[in-house]
Design a protein around this ligand. Structure first.
Ligand SMILES: [Fe+2]
Length: 217
């Protein structure tokens, strides 16, 4: 299958936006970069003009630095499906809770989404050559999700701000819980040690390397 993963680590907090370019379309995890900047970076022609068959957006959680350009993407791709946990919905209309105040101006979000609360371990998206499962991993926020993408020949997990290479996300922000974070880490540690993980900040890793080197595992 023709699939490629592109990581765009731009933005003031270097939040990672990921694009999976598969045979059936383009899939985005965390729209933290504008369509124009993403097109510049990836060289995917027509990406910012709604011409690149972007089919679905997966949001790992409701923090501003990860969802900043959701409206621009939905505007460019009006029929795109948005997947998000309703357990983070109270963050959206609240500049303190979604942490936009940290970047100097409070941003309130309102968008339509398919609510993934309660879908732990279920397949939430399937298209030719791609299947996405959602895992509920509260701790950084109540609605934090990890997405397992199965591309046939390749599997990868997007861990948002739950697990980083060598660390885990903060638990001291609204909705955070260190107890739930530890339970989520335990859940993630049960996956195949060879499974590649792609966090919301910083470089990728594998479950096996995190078990070896991450003090929270
Ligand atoms: Fe976050």
């Amino acid at each position: 299958m023709d699939s490629r993963l592109i990581r765009i680590p731009l933005g003031p907090l270097e939040s990672n936006m990921y694009l999976i370019t598969g045979s059936s379309g383009v899939y985005i995890i965390d729209p933290s970069v504008s369509p124009e900047r993403a097109e510049d970076y990836t060289k995917i022609s027509g990406l910012s003009k709604g011409e690149a068959s972007v089919k679905a957006l997966f949001l790992t959680h409701g923090h501003h630095d990860h969802i900043k350009y959701i409206s621009d993407w939905v505007k460019a791709y009006p029929s795109v499906q948005v997947f998000f946990s309703g357990n983070d919905s109270e963050l959206l209309p609240n500049g303190f809770m979604n942490c936009s105040y940290m970047e100097g101006s409070e941003v309130l979000y309102s968008f339509k989404f398919t609510d993934l609360a309660g879908t732990d371990g279920q397949t939430v998206y399937k298209d030719d050559g791609i299947e996405i499962k959602s895992y509920e991993t509260p701790g950084h926020t109540m609605g934090s999700l990890c997405f397992l993408a199965d591309l046939g020949s390749d599997k990868m997990m997007f861990t948002g701000d739950t697990v980083f290479s060598g660390s885990v996300g903060r638990t001291d922000m609204p909705g955070g819980s260190s107890k739930l974070m530890m339970e989520s880490v335990k859940k993630i540690s049960k996956f195949d040690p060879d499974l590649k993980i792609y966090p919301g900040h910083g470089p990728g890793s594998t479950i096996g390397d995190e078990i070896k080197f991450n003090p929270f595992f």
